[in-house]
Ligand binder design. Structure first.
Ligand code: HEC
Ligand code: HEC
Length: 353
């Protein structure tokens, strides 16, 4: 983007192609340009997004904290056998979901029972996990570290391992003003890295901003989406921070009770947090247990697979959501406009050196 902005005026005044090539070459090595990319560390609410839930004023954004968070996110020493980092299950090219895995495996290849969701726009979530079992973003990083089928490590051990490495002592000092390595500081750094993962540059976003046009089929898909799906997958985040039973048949071997696992309430049986549908073409497989591998299967579930039960959401109804084959095709075209290639290739979120 930056590069194009710089080149275009020169091109217009008639640079010859070989000269342009030299210019592009030297420009790509321009240290100032590199600095612009890596210094772009700030939290900004994208146009049209609501106010965030997470308050960065209690965790002031700085390059030092963000870089520390990035290093921790990709740090396998956070796991018992130093094999697994957050980035092992949350991969950038899959919008930070776990590519092609229904259940994510952690240390010793152990399998959990839930599918890793994509990670983006976390500052707008009021709770985390498919059952909403975590209600503050800063408590989130502790859960996978201590989960026996994920990283299976104790926090005190993690802190000892980090304290033993001079690079971490100096990075914590730079980020927090002293080299003491605590659970809270570790969480805040990881949250700063994850919290800045904002996905708001899909074709849909550009359409909303008036800089892209949807095809007739995508437009028809958006209309169907707004009438049949958006009450739960609400724009512009494509989630509602709510829990619903969307009629999935119970998987007897796991019998995941969803939200009721946390609240113990009968009314919450088999309800799960509405996932965002942003980047949905990248985050397969789908649903809390990754039971569907394609979006077509998800749509077929809503039309013909819905199972009635006392907690089935009334918005879906015992016979599901009626959709014609044409409406399904239109919906698939629309859902593809939610893929954000800028986000999945953003150099700020790659594993650092
Ligand atoms: C072994 C794979 C694995 C590892 C390692 C892992 N996660 Fe996850 N992550 C998951 C799964 C599976 C879930 C969903 C869990 C659930 O709902 O019970 C999840 C959920 C999350 C969520 C909640 C997203 C949402 O929309 O509610 C965040 C944030 C997150 N992980 C961050 C992290 C961080 C930070 C680390 C490293 C400290 C990490 N994860 C390590 C698999 C993993
Ligand atoms: C009553 C609320 C509700 C309505 C209406 C609804 N959904 Fe969902 N949707 C959910 C919930 C809750 C889940 C997560 C279920 C789970 O994890 O087991 C979900 C999951 C999904 C998933 C899988 C997402 C993922 O990351 O795994 C897709 C795709 C999806 N819905 C698309 C749609 C479409 C398209 C429509 C309209 C035809 C629709 N939904 C209507 C609540 C709803």
């Amino acid at each position: 983007m930056q590069l194009l902005k710089r080149i275009r005026p020169l091109y217009v005044v008639g640079f010859s192609l070989p000269l342009l090539a030299v210019f592009v070459h030297s420009c790509s090595k321009d240290p100032q340009l590199a600095a612009e990319v890596s210094d772009n560390i700030r939290f900004e609410v994208p146009p049209g997004f609501p106010q965030p839930v997470y308050d960065f004023s209690n965790n002031p954004v700085s390059k030092a904290r963000f870089e520390l968070g990035r290093k921790l996110f990709y740090e396998p020493a956070l796991s018992r056998d130093n094999s697994t980092s957050c980035g092992s299950c949350h991969q950038q090219f899959a919008a930070f979901a776990h590519f092609e895995h229904d259940f994510s495996h952690g240390v010793d290849g152990l399998l959990g029972t839930r599918n890793a969701p994509g990670i983006f726009n976390l500052a707008w979530h009021t709770s985390f996990m498919h059952d909403g079992g975590i209600n503050h973003l800063e408590s989130q990083p502790i859960a996978p570290i201590t989960n026996p089928v994920e990283m299976d490590e104790t926090i005190s051990n993690v802190l000892l391992k980090l304290q033993a490495r001079p690079v971490y002592r100096s990075m914590f000092a730079e980020a927090f003003g002293s080299d003491s390595i605590t659970t809270q500081r570790m969480s805040q750094a990881i949250v700063q890295f994850m919290g800045l993962m904002i996905s708001a540059d899909s074709k849909y976003d550009r359409y909303r901003a008036g800089t892209a046009t949807l095809t007739p089929q995508e437009t028809a898909g958006l209309a169907t989406f707004r009438s049949k799906c958006a009450s739960c997958h609400t724009e512009p985040l494509f989630m509602d921070n709510g829990f619903h039973n969307n009629g999935l048949p119970i998987e007897p071997s796991i019998n995941d009770s969803g939200r009721a696992h946390i609240t113990g309430l009968a009314a919450d049986m088999y309800t799960f947090k509405t996932p965002s549908l942003r980047n949905i073409t990248l985050t397969f497989p789908y649903m809390h247990d990754g039971r569907f591998s394609t979006l077509q299967e998800c749509l077929d579930h809503y039309t013909t697979g819905v199972v009635n039960s006392p907690t089935l959401d009334p918005l879906i109804g015992p016979s599901g959501i009626p959709l014609t084959a044409q409406e399904k095709a239109d919906l698939l075209a629309f859902l593809a406009t939610l893929t954000d290639n800028t986000f999945i290739t953003d150099p700020r979120f790659k594993e650092g050196q």
